[in-house]
Design a protein around this ligand. Structure first.
Ligand code: ME8
Length: 477
């Protein structure tokens, strides 16, 4: 038997100081559509998501909530897990960075860095934004404040362990230029290369004095310091698949085929992460795909503006499957864009209520009424033709092709007007063709709408086709 292709796909691990919102949902649904597509092709898939639970920002949020820090993390991590359950996300594992196994692995990774002489103790002085969990430079500030968090950065001066990044930069530059680590879209690759060439990437601090931040992984070689954020966070992609203790499992999945993320964390994934992996003598991920940060109705999503959309609100309004579909059909994956609620409703009515839902209702109702026996031919060649769009991460084009096929079907039904056909054989032929079309379209929709597309497939594949229940009730705009 031919060896199966494998696909190891990850999302960022989300900070638990925030509750899951449409931004997190977007990346996670994209990954889920991809892994479901791969599973449908018969590939061996590992889909990873999880939560990033250490750092000052989280300790601060826990303090405000009045809960113990770990309890606070448990509570928010559960909210992410619930949200992904609601959205029918089929992850194979959910990593939490406060897991014992992960912390032990991070400690070992630090030990390796230390033994290899890649860490250096230095005095650090800088302006730190707790909201971003990163040091800001003068040019990042607007009116002396972090533009994203509208707060003044804290001045921080302490002795930290620095990771010697600079020595890895020429190698990283070469690997990115040669697409050994492919950064998509290409504009993002160019951004990373400019960062390297401008010389702004410096050795950076990877630890904190416990007196300033205690919520992190203990360093094995320094009792006074804890790990700080990026070694801990990025290494989730390898600790989740067994590194360093279960190397059989690790070697089965590593290198990652795809890390999904938005541009906010590009630098960390495209520069720090390759450096850590080179330091550990591990292969680099094959592809990073960086999608845009979207705004909501033209505004940046923020608690202050009060325009944060939670996945549950969308699910309450559109249902799970339509929410997944609508998230991916808004704009080409990778573009910076705006999400508009009125577009959601329009799209829902056009594609799902009047499109797919209506076609299924028309065809199945007529078949039931006339008690026709339908044989499906289950031809799948057209599905293969969607592969090129998946390879280019153009989910919008997958959807577009599916919708044009549905429109053709709609035209066919209108033209043949089966409700007027009296000859049973002719009727069987027309509705048989329509059923085959619905079957193939439902197969193509499965990664996007796993429940409803499966429900339609079950109806079509039954001994006797029965009228489908209403799938997508029309919504008022
Ligand atoms: O950065 N538009 O976590 P985070 C599109 N823990 N995507 C969005 C979005 C928006 N408006 N808002 C959030 C972290 N996202 C770190 C990552 S990884 C080793 C550590 C999505 O909770 C997008 O995927 O801030 C973005 O990269 C991620 O959430 C940031 O999540």
């Amino acid at each position: 038997m031919a060896k199966k292709n494998k696909a190891y796909i990850t999302t960022p691990i989300y900070y638990v100081n925030d509750e899951p919102h449409i931004g997190h949902a977007y990346t996670t649904v994209v990954g889920d559509v991809l892994v479901r597509y791969h599973r449908q092709k018969g590939d061996d898939v590992f889909y990873l998501t999880g939560t990033d639970e250490h750092g000052a920002k989280i300790a601060e949020s826990a303090m405000k909530s009045g809960l113990d820090t770990q309890e606070f993390c448990d509570m928010t991590a559960a909210k992410f897990q619930d949200a992904w359950k609601t959205l029918n996300i089929s992850n194979d594992y959910f990593i939490r960075t406060t897991n014992k196994d992960h912390k032990e692995a991070v400690s070992k990774i630090f030990q390796t860095f230390h033994e290899k002489g890649l860490l250096e103790e230095k005095e650090y002085e800088g302006m730190y934004c707790v909201g971003c969990e990163k040091f800001l430079s003068e040019r990042d500030l607007v009116d002396d404040k972090c533009p994203d968090h509208k707060r003044e950065p804290e001045s921080l001066k302490e002795k930290n362990w620095f990771f010697k990044l600079e020595q890895f930069l020429p190698k990283i530059q070469e690997l990115i230029e040669k697409d050994e680590i492919q950064i998509l879209p290409v504009t993002r690759k160019n951004e990373v290369l400019s960062l390297i060439k401008e010389g702004v990437m410096k050795d950076f601090s990877v630890s904190r004095q416990k007196t300033s931040v205690a919520w992190g992984v203990d360093l094995p070689f320094d009792d006074n310091q804890v790990s700080y954020v990026w070694v801990d966070a990025l290494s989730n992609y390898i600790t989740s698949i067994g590194y360093p203790d279960d190397m059989d499992k690790f070697n089965k999945w590593w290198p990652a085929d795809l890390h999904l993320l938005a541009q906010d964390i590009l630098k960390f994934h495209a520069i720090y992460w390759p450096a850590f992996l080179l330091a550990l003598d591990l292969p680099l991920p094959k592809t990073l795909f960086i999608h845009g940060f979207f705004t909501i109705n033209g505004e940046k999503m923020s608690k202050t503006i009060g325009n944060v959309i939670k996945p549950q609100e969308l699910v309450d309004k559109y249902g799970v499957d339509a929410t997944r579909y609508l998230l991916l059909s808004q704009f080409p994956f990778g573009q910076e864009s705006d999400i508009r609620e009125d577009h959601f409703v329009e799209r829902y009515n056009a594609d799902l209520a009047n499109g797919y839902g209506n076609a299924v209702a028309r065809v199945t109702t007529l078949i039931e009424k006339n008690e026709l026996k339908i044989e499906l031919d289950k031809k799948t060649d057209w599905l293969d033709s969607l592969g090129k769009h998946y390879s280019n991460y153009r989910f919008d084009l997958v959807i577009k092709d599916i919708m044009s096929r549905l429109q053709e079907l709609d035209g066919y039904i209108t033209e043949k007007a089966p409700w007027k056909i009296e000859d049973q054989d002719v009727l069987t032929e027309v509705l048989g063709k329509a059923s085959n079309e619905l079957w193939i379209v439902s197969q193509a929709l499965l990664p996007f709408m796993p429940n409803i597309a499966q429900q339609v497939l079950d109806i079509l594949e039954a001994e006797q086709i029965k009228k489908a229940p209403p799938l997508f009730p029309r919504l008022e705009n």
